[in-house]
Design a protein around this ligand. Structure first.
Ligand SMILES: Cc1ncc(COP(=O)(O)O)c(C=O)c1O
Length: 385
């Protein structure tokens, strides 16, 4: 009766069952996987939603790419990051996940493939498979800093690859795609007629400045390039459901992509009108909305560094984003390690294998939890090693 695309193994994994049992028993668990910014005690301006009370916003004004004023605000945000874009090169979506779904419809036939970084976040498998798209990987390398080797991406190419996904900074490694890496990769993809999708949702959360890290790849590109962003991370407002795709590349292919993307978007018209009206005001408050999140993740990162120093774990230094990765002794399998931490110490962390690390043993922590919870949680993790 059902499609093979939805033929998932729905049996709960051990960690999920354990967590459900803990929660049912009323046990307080320190959740170091929490990455929902609305659940970690970050205050939001009280008047943020006031504009939504405007009666004029009740009018339904569908536009497949999104209301022009909203797209202008998005283009102005790219200008802040150094890229000049015509607002007509922006298409609004309700989430970044939806942006991926639209792009896979635009670029891929069933059985075509995309390349994603390893490690990276697990949703790609779902997003791709739901569009009947296969997922291949290319490695990110760590030697004290993270690198992407464009030659390794080229090695992973097959004739069915239609797009290379970059995530900058990446979830969970926190690594940016460096300017020289991006240039080589865009040239290679242009040569092969392969598109590039650069997910920049965390781009404003930077831990260390460095000229090699572009704030966005949008702008001029030799390859067809889609840059993704959204309010969920840039403003910490996932509940408002507004994201976007900015299209770059040689004029002819870029215009064709936009014309087709417009029809994909028109088929769904998924972005609510009020959030589009609110976009200029919300993006106008970007710094105010980002500041408490940036300060939380920076403070937790400092704690992670301090606590890991002199422990059996080492921190894989992130360059930006909302996550930190600890390398821990591979004396027990990751799965056992995270289950034991939850069982015995009531602390929840993600195992590296969820994110396709090339080998064990890594633990992935969100940097969003309240500072004291983060310190207590990391201390519990480290004393168990
Ligand atoms: C790198 C990255 N891109 C996209 C998303 C999804 O964003 P959205 O909530 O806008 O779909 C996530 C969610 O965690 C993410 O980590």
């Amino acid at each position: 009766m059902f499609s093979s695309r939805t033929g998932w193994d729905l049996t709960e994994n051990r960690l999920t069952s354990l967590l459900a049992a803990k929660r049912q028993a009323g046990t307080h668990v320190l959740d170091l996987t929490e990455s929902n910014p609305t659940r970690v005690g970050i205050s939001r301006p009280a008047d943020l939603l006031t504009p939504f009370a405007q009666a004029a916003w009740l009018a339904y004004e569908p536009h497949p790419r999104g209301l022009r004023a909203a797209r202008q605000a998005v283009a102005a945000d790219y200008a802040r990051r150094g890229a000049r874009l015509d607002p007509d090169r922006v298409v609004l979506t309700s989430s970044t996940s939806e942006a991926y779904a639209f792009l896979f419809k635009l670029l891929c036939d069933p059985g075509d493939a995309i390349l994603v970084p390893h490690p990276s976040y697990p949703l790609f498998e779902y997003l791709a498979r739901l569009e009947s798209v296969e997922v291949g990987g290319y490695p990110l390398l760590y030697d004290g800093a993270w690198h992407l080797d464009p030659a390794a991406v080229a090695d992973a190419m097959t004739p069915r690859v239609r797009a290379v996904i970059l995530v900058s900074p990446n979830n969970p490694t926190g690594s940016y795609v460096k300017r020289d890496e991006a240039e080589r990769l865009l040239d290679e993809c242009a040569r092969r007629d392969v598109a590039v999708v650069c997910d920049e949702v965390f781009a404003d959360y930077v831990f260390a400045d460095g000229g090699r890290r572009p704030a966005t790849l949008a702008g001029d590109s030799p390859a067809l390039l889609f840059s993704l962003g959204g309010l969920a991370k840039s403003c910490g407002l996932p509940q408002l459901k507004l994201s976007w795709i900015a299209v770059s590349g040689p004029n002819a292919v870029r215009d064709q992509a936009l014309a087709r993307l417009e029809i994909v978007a028109d088929t769904f018209l998924s972005v609510s009108t009020p959030v589009q009206h609110a976009a200029p005001a919300l993006l106008g408050r970007l710094q105010e909305l980002q500041a408490p999140i940036a300060s939380r993740v920076a403070s937790n990162l400092r704690s992670a560094r301090r606590l890991a120093a002199g422990s059996a774990a080492s921190l894989l230094e992130p360059e930006g984003g909302w996550y930190a990765v600890l390398r821990v002794p591979a004396t027990v399998p990751e799965e056992e390690r995270v289950c034991a931490l939850l069982e015995a110490r009531n602390v929840l962390v993600h195992p590296g294998y969820f994110f396709d690390f090339p080998h064990e043993a890594f633990l992935v922590l969100s940097l969003l939890p309240a500072e004291q919870d983060f310190v207590d949680g990391v201390t519990r993790v480290l004393t168990e090693l």
